[in-house]
Design a protein around this ligand. Structure first.
Ligand code: HEM
Length: 284
């Protein structure tokens, strides 16, 4: 049962996350049934399922940093669940796409082969299927810890492919994909730094620099994108990140997120103190 922990006891964390994972899908299904998804309900449902696939993928990647930064090791209990949810949502995304093509499988295949962004999405889907299929306890045992870990590192490549797919189809609506791209860069950077350290812990200064680097990369990516696509002077795009003349640009949002995470990392010793058994049981 997905809501039981390793010792077979009910885990409230697992239960809450398990229920939460269904909510976006239930919201979209209810919208489809009630006819509240706009003029093109199937297209809107495809978008929502695609968005939640990518969001769940990012949340799954964020669990390892969150365990360390929040001093909350039990978060590992929900990582597999979130990853499998990403796979379930991408299958719904594909099924809705097939429904939009009137279940004409020839058309579905030819669209995937002929449209570059769909081909990339399909490769990412195959990758997610491979990760989901090897996520059972039996498969982990059969593959062995090291081989399993090496295989599951593919999740970063899958995330990159998903991001490219997301980006290409979003055309000029790049606000959210840019933010997601910045978060993805942060998560990949965290992983790379942690891998180089023996204790797998990322020091506070590195967390701060990572936030700054991910935000800078996001702002640069946005400037280059508008320069290549619309010929807008990249300095003007970079300047609005600072002046905030057009509201919070994606680079500024990623910077704010990086500062928040750095503040949490700085509070790590306090969190450790609060989580110490003597505090929880009131023993001084
Ligand atoms: C066979 C695989 C896939 C197919 C056929 C597919 C198809 C599509 C289609 C048709 C759209 C809407 C495009 C438009 O309206 O112009 C879309 C959008 C999207 N897809 Fe996929 N996709 C696939 C795999 C993936 C994967 C693996 C991910 C994530 C890792 C993903 C994430 C997204 C996202 C985030 C959007 C944009 C949603 C939005 O802008 O609101 N897709 N996809």
């Amino acid at each position: 049962m997905p809501w039981l922990d390793y010792s077979g006891r009910l885990s409230s964390l697992k239960l809450v996350v398990f229920i939460a994972l269904f909510l976006p899908g239930a919201w979209t299904a209810a919208g489809l049934a009630a006819g509240t998804l706009g003029a093109e309900p199937l297209k809107e449902a495809i978008h929502q399922a695609g968005l939640w696939t990518f969001r769940f993928l990012l949340i799954a990647l964020a669990i390892t940093p969150a365990r360390q930064l929040l001093q909350w090791p039990r978060l590992i209990l929900v990582r597999r669940m979130v990853g499998v949810a990403a796979f379930a949502y991408v299958m719904a995304h594909l099924a809705l796409f097939a429904a939009d093509q009137m279940f004409d499988l020839g058309k579905v295949v030819s669209e995937i082969v002929l449209r570059f962004y769909l081909t990339i999405g399909f490769v990412a889907l195959l990758g997610l299927a491979a990760l989901a299929a090897t996520s059972t306890d039996g498969m982990i045992r059969r593959l062995g810890g090291r081989r399993w870990q090496r295989l599951h590192r593919l999740v970063y490549l899958i995330g990159l492919l998903g991001l490219v797919h997301y980006f290409i189809q979003s055309k000029i609506e790049t606000y959210e994909p840019m933010i997601m791209g910045g978060c993805f860069a942060w998560l990949t950077g965290y992983r790379l730094i942690a891998r180089r350290r023996r204790d797998r812990r990322v020091p506070l200064l590195a967390v701060a620099m990572l936030g700054l680097s991910a935000a800078t990369l996001t702002a640069l990516a946005e400037a280059v994108y508008f320069w290549l696509r619309n010929g807008v002077d990249p300095w003007r795009v970079l300047a609005v990140n600072v002046s905030l003349a057009t509201g919070l640009r994606p680079g500024a949002v990623v910077l704010a997120a990086g500062i928040a995470v750095t503040a949490i990392a700085a509070a790590r010793p306090l969190l450790k103190y609060l989580r110490a058994p003597r505090w929880r049981f009131g023993v001084t």
